[in-house]
Design a protein around this ligand. Structure first.
Ligand SMILES: Cc1cc2nc3c(=O)[nH]c(=O)nc-3n(C[C@H](O)[C@H](O)[C@H](O)COP(=O)(O)O)c2cc1C
Length: 182
């Protein structure tokens, strides 16, 4: 069977889903969910998010040179997903969806108070990738709430990270399986 090439991403699933916060130069914050997000490099620690051209996330990250990435977890998944709403640039999705802002330590962009993990990034670069823009950040701080880690990795069993499958379908991961590696 042939599958529509334009829908390839629906089979690269579930995709880890994150919310990215940014702020513009007037100090108005912005929040949006993304599932085209991936680590890019160990050293320096770089993370990439593929963002539709002209979106507030990319404009703000360029303008104030930073952003914060929060992996979406079950507890605040509905609010995080609804931050997809497109508001005028002078309105913040934080307030709209009912998530709280918290000062970050290394960047001037608010973190998500409810999020067990917030990855603070300095703007590194952005470049065109097809109809998207790859926003690249250098991770400068990772804040983690107590109880969010197990064996040095995210506490899957406790937090239930959310993955995007397609459209309105998501999954919550709580099961860890071990696979031996040579
Ligand atoms: C689960 C989910 C995943 C999404 N992933 C992406 C993505 O990877 N890239 C993208 O450009 N938009 C993605 N979107 C759509 C953006 O969140 C949406 O365009 C948003 O309005 C962008 O906000 P901004 O203009 O404030 O940056 C996704 C939406 C949802 C609900």
């Amino acid at each position: 069977m042939n599958f529509d090439v334009n829908n390839y991403y629906k089979l690269i699933a579930p995709r880890p889903t994150v919310c990215v916060s940014t702020v513009n130069k007037k100090g108005i914050s912005n929040l949006a969910p993304f599932s085209f997000a991936t680590p890019l490099s160990f050293s320096p620690p770089l993370i990439g998010v593929s963002v539709g051209k002209g979106k507030d996330t990319i404009l703000n990250a360029r303008e104030t040179e930073g952003f914060v990435v929060a992996p979406l977890v079950e507890e605040w998944k509905d609010k995080g997903i609804s931050s997809e709403v497109s508001l005028p640039r002078e309105e913040s999705e934080f307030e709209e969806v009912g998530l709280a802002e918290q000062d970050s330590e290394k960047v001037k962009v608010p973190s998500i108070k409810e999020s067990p993990v917030n990855v603070e990034c300095d703007y590194w670069d952005d470049f065109e990738v097809g109809d998207h823009c790859m926003l690249v950040g250098k991770v400068v701080r990772v804040s983690v709430k107590e109880g969010s880690l197990k064996n040095g990795r995210i506490n899957l069993e406790e937090l239930g990270p959310v993955g995007h499958i397609s459209g309105e379908e998501f999954c919550v991961s709580r099961e860890v399986v071990e696979v031996g590696r040579e």
